[in-house]
Design a protein around this ligand. Structure first.
Ligand code: NDP
Length: 330
């Protein structure tokens, strides 16, 4: 453990964030109570922004990037964790204000960790990762709102072929909901059908400014795109329905009216995975354990080496990644 190891760091280069592989030692890591040997991390849209430099995710530099980790506890000053425990962490400011997971070792706060869910091995938890766990947060929120239970209209998933979208489709279909997928990539239709989508709309039908109130097409939606897409999804949500909004792949703005909310009682439910409290996280992981089809997960995810992250980061920001990418940090 005294040997140096490789980490992907965001460093300052002439005032701009730049990704660079650097050698670290355990002594370089933050002085937090639990030392984790990381087996796998993942690539999320936010990681793509951080590593490509297309978004300012790191709020202090140098920063070890990577928002997801799964691995084994090596040392612990916390009574809650002991060496050998298999653990998972998502979010908690990793890659923003706290050093993250693109590194063989990291020291973390004990309260960031959850025990590896029994239903999954370490690699599978990262095939799910922040994107999949966020999909579960969205599905839980829509079920709590209740309107989708009528099963009279489909549930829409936007950004369908991405990580959140793919997992949301799999979960919703496993729970018996009819799922419509919005994608800009017709070549993914067979893949999305294999995860349980039964209807398709082209994402271009949602990116042009539409009516404040449109035909009531969906009982609810998981939106990963934001902007005009989210405004149109709200306008097409049926009376009493809800949209769980988690993403901004199409933009951070929201050019919408209050009409769906005040005339149809439609709810816009904001979903945050980063600081979500433990109870919500544990429930989301249970939703995944109970309903995510393992064969779907194998289809959704592939494993890539740490060294390919710079290239993969460009691809996810350009919307070219299908499903999920697990990163082997060794
Ligand atoms: P991915 O890149 O895997 O998926 C995003 C999908 O959005 C793409 O696959 C594509 O789907 C679609 N898309 C991409 N660009 C555009 C565009 N310009 N206009 C319309 N659609 C577009 O990302 P993730 O699934 O990892 O994340 C999805 C979103 O959710 C991101 O914005 C991410 O930041 C956010 N997120 C938020 C979290 C939170 O805590 N709130 C947690 C996790 C993710 P297709 O090709 O099918 O059209």
């Amino acid at each position: 453990m005294t040997d140096p190891f490789r980490a992907l760091m965001i460093v300052d280069q002439d005032g701009k964030p730049k990704a660079e592989f650097r050698e670290l030692t355990i002594a370089d890591l933050p002085d937090y109570d639990v030392l984790v040997e990381i087996a796998y991390s993942t690539l999320n849209y936010k990681d793509g922004l951080a590593v490509s430099g297309k978004g300012r995710i790191a709020r202090r530099l140098p920063m070890v990037a990577g928002i997801d980790m799964a691995g084994t506890v090596v040392e612990s000053r916390s009574p809650d964790w002991k060496p050998g425990d298999k653990v998972v962490a998502n979010g908690w400011g990793m890659s923003e204000t706290e050093w993250g997971a693109y590194s063989l070792y990291q020291r973390v706060k004990p309260e960031w960790l959850i025990r590896l869910p029994e239903a999954f091995d370490i690699k599978a938890t990262m095939a799910i990762g922040t994107a999949g766990y966020t999909a579960a947060l969205c599905v839980d929120a829509l079920e709590d709102w209740g309107r989708i239970a009528a099963k009279d209209l489909p549930v829409l998933v936007t950004g369908a072929a991405g990580g959140v979208g793919s997992t949301a489709i799999s979960l919703l279909s496993a729970k018996g909901y009819e799922v419509t997928a919005s994608t800009g990539r017709p070549d993914t239709h067979d893949y999305l059908k294999s995860l349980g989508a039964s209807g398709f709309i082209d994402r271009s039908s949602l990116t042009e400014k539409g009516k404040p109130l449109d035909k009531e097409r969906f009982a609810g939606a998981v939106d990963t795109v934001g902007s005009t897409t989210l405004a149109n999804v709200l306008a097409q949500t049926a009376y009493g329905g809800a949209v769980a909004a988690c993403g901004l792949a199409g933009g951070m703005d929201l050019p919408a009216t209050v009409a769906p909310h005040i005339l149809r009682g439609v709810a816009l439910i904001g979903i945050d995975s980063v600081m979500a409290p433990l109870a919500k996280r544990e429930r989301a992981w249970k939703t995944l354990a109970d309903h995510l089809d393992k064969a779907h997960l194998d289809r959704i995810a592939r494993v890539e080496p740490l060294s390919d992250l710079p290239k993969l980061a460009e691809e996810i920001v350009a919307g070219r990644i299908r499903g999920r990418v697990v990163i082997d940090v060794k």
